[in-house]
Ligand binder design. Structure first.
Ligand code: PEP
Length: 253
């Protein structure tokens, strides 16, 4: 049985003051006797706030991580952040291949795969995002698109590293739009992804978490996470208020 994993993706939101209130709201809600959770929790935050998260969350039930990473180990790459730097702030997770990075920064499947390798080499867990656009879904290309996105990553990893991945199925048309894949639609893709993993590495397929992301909210989280291959959520908008995030955390119990 895979323990549920709920990860907030703050995207490019926040400030020291706003983050402080959000983090204390989350931790206070979890401290509450009714807030006990059987899920693993984390927030992926803008890089400048990693130190703030480390200070606020160390020793507690909520892990932290980043939203992107350089594929390079270091050197003359102005503006980029190396995986070792993220590890220096005790990040547990790094999101790679988010659709906003793929769309606005032209990240290819191959670059995303290189980033996943960099994260693993630095001892952290990559959360590899895959997902189809609306046009791709309507053209019947959903499975082919996500399979190619996952294949590029699998091609670069040995069996041990495949077992260390987290995947997130995030249909692009559902991100930030209020449109959610139905549990059955999401499960269908998750099951395909797990089968693809199984063909690569049967042992890892049983343990790798596959999160759903795309307008997951308190009122749809429970049904989505009840599906056999949906092991948690990657949460954007609803991760920006403590009450909404906690409601999803509780739905994961
Ligand atoms: C995301 O950005 O990863 C995401 C799932 O966003 P939202 O929950 O706002 O759709």
């Amino acid at each position: 049985m895979r323990r549920k994993l709920v990860v907030g993706n703050w995207k490019m939101n926040g400030s020291r003051a706003v983050n402080g209130a959000l983090l204390s709201g989350i931790t206070a809600g979890l401290d509450d006797a009714t807030g006990a959770t059987g899920a693993t929790l984390a927030v992926c935050v803008p890089a400048p706030y990693l130190a703030q998260c480390q200070a606020a969350l160390s020793g507690g039930p909520v892990g932290w991580g980043a939203q992107d990473v350089s594929a390079h180990a270091g050197g003359a790459y102005t503006g980029e952040v190396a995986a070792a730097m993220l590890a220096d702030f005790a990040c547990a997770y790094v999101i790679v291949g988010h659709s906003e990075r793929r769309a606005y920064h032209a990240e290819s499947n191959e670059l995303v795969a290189q980033k996943a390798v960099a994260v693993l080499a630095a001892g952290m867990t990559p959360i590899v995002c895959v997902g189809e656009t609306l046009a791709e879904r309507e053209a019947g290309q959903t499975f082919a698109v996500v399979a190619a996105q996952l294949d590029a990553v699998l091609a670069r990893l040995d069996d041990t590293d495949v077992a260390r991945l987290v995947l997130a199925y995030e249909p692009v048309w559902a991100i930030g739009t209020g449109k959610t894949a139905t549990p059955a639609m999401a499960q269908e893709v998750h099951a395909r992804l797990r089968e693809q993993l199984r063909q690569n590495n049967a042992a890892a397929a049983a343990t790798v978490h596959i999160l759903y992301g795309g307008s997951m909210k308190a009122d749809n989280a429970k049904q989505l996470m009840a599906e056999q291959d949906i092991d948690g959520g990657l949460i954007g908008g609803a991760a920006l208020t403590a009450a909404d995030f906690l409601a999803i955390v509780h739905a994961a119990n």
